[in-house]
Design a protein around this ligand. Structure first.
Ligand code: GN1
Ligand code: MG
Length: 382
C-alpha cells in the first residue's frame, strides 16, 4: 500500500475512533470481495471494511440489513440454545459523535467498522471432523437465531445472488463478448458447464413451485466465515454478514458443505486431489441438523444433497465467468487465478456427483427417514 493509501486509511479509521486514537492498522483475512483491516485504537481492536461498491452497488442496503440483524440478535441473548455456549455477533461502531454506522471518504470509498470478536479464529482449510461438526453447528445455530427475523424487514443488497440461471446467462454473455478461449483448462470448463446447464434452475424451480420458503440466510457461510473459539474450538460467531438477505437455506448449507468438505481448500492448485469428503459432510450435517433440523421441512431436507452439488457448480461458473470477464468481481492474485478456482469447484462438483447416492442416503439417515419424503413441516417456530 502506498503512503497516500496509508494516510487515507488512517483518516478513515480515525473517523470511527477519533483523531490520534488509532495506533495500528493491518490487513485482515482473505475475503475475495471487500477490503478488511484490523484496527488497534484506544478502544481496543476493531474491524474496518471497505465495501466493494462494484459488487454491492447500494451499500446502504447492506448496512440496513446488518442493523436489522444485529438488533434481532441482541434480542436473542436469552435464547435457550445459547444457555450453555459462547455466541457472539459483531457490533456496529458509529463514526465519532454521530449515530451513523458508515463513513464515505472523499475518494468515494464506503467504509464501516465492526467490533472484533476476540479469543477466536478462522480456518481456510478444515482440520478435523470435530471441527466440521462445529462449523455445521454454528450455521445451524445462526439459522435458528434468525429464523424469526421477518424477511420483509430485509432488503436485497445483491439482486440475483445465488440465482444460478442468472449466472448461466452472465456466463453466456461473457462468452459472447470475450475472445474464444483456446486453452485446455477453459475448454474443460466450457464442456463441464454445457453438460450441466439443465441443473442450473433446480432450486429456482423448486422455489417457484412453492416447495421451498424464503428465509433469512447468511448468503456466504464458507469455512472462514465461521469463527471458532481459540481454546474450546467451538463455533462462536458467523461473520461477513453483507449477504444476509431473504433466500433459501440450501444456498447456505450447500456453501458450507462445498467449502468445508474440500480438504485442500478452494485455493488449492492440486486439482487431481480435489475430493468431496463424505465423512466431513456427515459431521457437518450432524452438527447442523442437531441445531436446526427441526426447522426444515421434508421438501427442504430432500434437496440438501442437490444444493451441495449446485452451489459448488454455481461457484465454479461464477469464477469462470469472472475469468472470461478479466477478473472484475473476485480479487485475483494472477490472471489465471479465477480459472484455477473454477477448476477446483468443478472437480468438487464432479466428486459430489460421483457420491450423490451416498450423500442422499446420509441426509435421509441423519434427518430421520420418516421426515424425508413425508409431510412438510410447518413454518419455522420463533
Ligand atoms: C466471495 O468475499 P468473500 O470471500 O467472503 C463471494 C462468495 C463466494 C466466495 C468464494 C458477495 O466471498 O459468494 O462464495 O467469495 N461473495 C460475494 O470464496 O460474491
Ligand atoms: Mg463475503
Amino acid at each position: 500500500m502506498s503512503a497516500g493509501d496509508d494516510a487515507q486509511l488512517l483518516r478513515v479509521a480515525e473517523a470511527f475512533h477519533g483523531e490520534g486514537h488509532v495506533s495500528d492498522i493491518r490487513p485482515l483475512g482473505s475475503g475475495n470481495v471487500n477490503d478488511t483491516f484490523l484496527v488497534q485504537s484506544a478502544g481496543g481492536l476493531s474491524v474496518l471494511q471497505r465495501i466493494n461498491t462494484a459488487v454491492f452497488e447500494r451499500p446502504e442496503l447492506v448496512m440496513h440489513n446488518l442493523q436489522q440483524l444485529v438488533s434481532h440478535l441482541e434480542r436473542k441473548r436469552e435464547h435457550p440454545a445459547l444457555r450453555h455456549r459462547r455466541w457472539e455477533h459483531p457490533q456496529l461502531i458509529c463514526t465519532q459523535g454521530s449515530d451513523q454506522t458508515w463513513h464515505c471518504c472523499s475518494s468515494g470509498g464506503f467504509w464501516r467498522s465492526l467490533s472484533f470478536i476476540d479469543r477466536a479464529t478462522t480456518v481456510d482449510v478444515i482440520e478435523s471432523e470435530a471441527q466440521a461438526r462445529e462449523l455445521g453447528s454454528g450455521l445451524g445455530l445462526f439459522h435458528t437465531l434468525i429464523s424469526d427475523l421477518p424477511v420483509e424487514t430485509l432488503a436485497d443488497p445483491l439482486e440475483g445472488f445465488h440465482v444460478t440461471p442468472l449466472y448461466l446467462e452472465a456466463y453466456r454473455r461473457a462468452l459472447a463478448t470475450a475472445a474464444a478461449p483456446g486453452d485446455d483448462a477453459s475448454r474443460f470448463c466450457m464442456a463441464f458447464i454445457r453438460e450441466r446447464e439443465g441443473l442450473a434452475s433446480l432450486l429456482e424451480d423448486a422455489k417457484q413451485r412453492g416447495d421451498l420458503p424464503l428465509r433469512p440466510i447468511h448468503g456466504d457461510p464458507k469455512i472462514n466465515n465461521v469463527m471458532l473459539d481459540r481454546s474450546s474450538g467451538r463455533a462462536v460467531a458467523l461473520i461477513d454478514l453483507d449477504t444476509v438477505k431473504p433466500g433459501l437455506v440450501h444456498t447456505d448449507i450447500g456453501d458450507c458443505l462445498r467449502s468445508c468438505c474440500n480438504r485442500l481448500g478452494e485455493e488449492t492448485t492440486d486439482l487431481e486431489a480435489v475430493r468431496f469428503d463424505l465423512t466431513l459432510a456427515e459431521a457437518i450435517l450432524e452438527g447442523y441438523l442437531a441445531e436446526a433440523g427441526p426447522l426444515l421441512s421434508a421438501a427442504e431436507l430432500q434437496l440438501l444433497p442437490d444444493a451441495a452439488r449446485l452451489i459448488a457448480f454455481e461457484l465454479g461458473l461464477r469464477f469462470f465467468t469472472d475469468h472470461l470477464n478479466g477478473n472484475v468481481y473476485f480479487k485475483a492474485q494472477h490472471p489465471q487465478h479465477n480459472l484455477q478456482r473454477a477448476l477446483v469447484q468443478f472437480r468438487l462438483t464432479a466428486s459430489i456427483e460421483a457420491q450423490m447416492g451416498a450423500l442422499r442416503r446420509l441426509v435421509q439417515r441423519l434427518s430421520g427417514t420418516s421426515r424425508v419424503g413425508g409431510a412438510p413441516a410447518g413454518p419455522w417456530p420463533s
